[in-house]
Design a protein around this ligand. Structure first.
Ligand SMILES: Cc1ncc(COP(=O)(O)O)c(C=O)c1O
Length: 373
């Protein structure tokens, strides 16, 4: 990889690696040794650096904390023949910049994002778990850093990437509640951006659904409360009447990168895929006619998550027990994507990018280089 940006590197002298129990990794709690940081000074991105993962010092008047100029991404790295690879890294960089545009924040140059990311993942490659359904989760984020308490767009920002090993996000099939009181986003809002506020406002409905015995809410459109949107951290797919239908991205839901990858694969495999408005009534009708075969969520964290049931008002749509025979589409996608990320399927779309030759080795002494496997 051509190294364009002078990224400085400070290595930790207290690695956490030995304390990680790779046979039992709670999602989101284990964080690797280093982070990549860059600052926006009002005109340009400066001081790109890799340093030990550590706390930040923020003023209480930090603008992001009050007015929500805070965006993020979620992506994954795995290993192929011992070398770290990223899944669709360029797409995540692009989506972060779309979120930035919506939230009135500066774009981060895609090549700076990718160079910092590859050096970071290469450096902390020992944190990439190799068991089935495991990966290194990568969290790029950007937030305002102006210290000011009036509503305006910040001039200064911080961009950070940190990582951590993860196992499955939803280890068991997911029970959904059709949410008709709260909504996630309306046309013209920020539903398509991966901004912090979208997640903050989803927590109360999710908590209420949990108390009632469900795992997640299925969001409906904000106007008619009729059309299916998405679920917490995943886009939805339905297999019904011999077709695969996924709700259209009309500006209110996240344009999932897993969703787009699955649509591409399914079409190549010869399935009829419809990317369109889909009402909950149409799904219920298919269920009562006995032709709702599968429902699953798709996302970076979730990969493929089987839906066990969907409760709409007082009616419960119970899907078939989860096994490969009942749910061939979901199983095929999950198997394919996992195999692809482990190098067991050819990468015909160029979705994987290697972190080899990231340039990190030159910052290590001989002993550190010898341990860098
Ligand atoms: C709200 C929401 N929808 C969908 C997704 C799935 O998107 P992706 O496949 O890009 O991870 C995510 C996860 O990022 C999400 O947070």
């Amino acid at each position: 990889m051509a190294v364009k940006y002078p990224i400085s590197v400070t290595l930790t002298d207290r690695s956490k690696l030995a304390t990680v129990d790779f046979s039992n990794i709670p999602f989101g709690k284990v964080i690797s040794d280093h982070m990549f940081v860059a600052d926006y000074d009002g005109k340009q991105w400066v001081n790109p650096r890799i340093e030990p993962y550590q706390n930040l010092s923020l003023a209480p008047s930090n603008l992001a904390l009050h007015y929500g100029q805070s965006i993020f991404e979620g992506m994954k790295a795995t290993k192929i023949n011992g070398e770290p690879v990223l899944f669709r890294a360029d797409q995540h960089a692009r989506r972060l910049n779309l979120s930035a545009e919506r939230m009135c924040m500066p774009a981060i140059p895609e090549d700076l994002f990718l160079q910092g990311l590859k050096m970071l993942v290469d450096l902390d490659r020992a944190f990439i778990p190799e068991a089935d359904d495991h990966a290194l989760y990568i969290r790029p984020m950007m937030f305002a850093t102006d210290e000011y308490f009036g509503v305006h767009a910040s001039e200064k920002y911080k961009f950070i990437i940190f990582t951590g090993p993860v196992g499955p996000y939803y280890p068991t099939p997911v029970r959904l509640w059709v949410e008709e009181v709260f909504t996630r986003a309306a046309q013209g809002g920020a539903g398509e951006a991966k901004c912090a506020g979208n997640y903050g406002s989803s927590l109360l409905p999710a908590q209420r659904a949990k108390k009632a015995g469900y795992d997640q809410v299925m969001w409906m459109d904000a106007v008619e409360k009729k059309y299916v949107q998405e679920v917490g951290t995943m886009n939805l797919f339905f297999v019904m009447d011999g077709k695969i239908i996924t709700p259209a991205t009309t500006g209110t839901i996240l344009r999932g990168i897993t969703r787009e990858s699955f649509i591409t694969l399914l079409k190549e495999w010869g399935y009829t895929v419809e990317d369109r408005l889909l009402s909950i009534a149409e799904i219920a009708d298919a269920y009562w006619r006995g032709s709702l075969q599968e429902c699953f969520g798709a996302g970076t964290a979730a990969v493929v998550s089987h839906i066990s049931d969907i409760t709409w008002r007082d009616r419960k749509l119970e899907l078939s027990p989860v096994n490969e025979q009942n749910r061939p589409v979901a199983f095929r996608l999950k198997k394919h994507i996992n195999r692809l990320r482990m190098g067991l399927e050819p990468d015909t779309h160029g979705w994987l990018s290697s972190c080899a030759n990231s340039g990190i080795l030159e910052f290590m002494d001989e002993k550190q280089q010898a341990l860098h496997v």
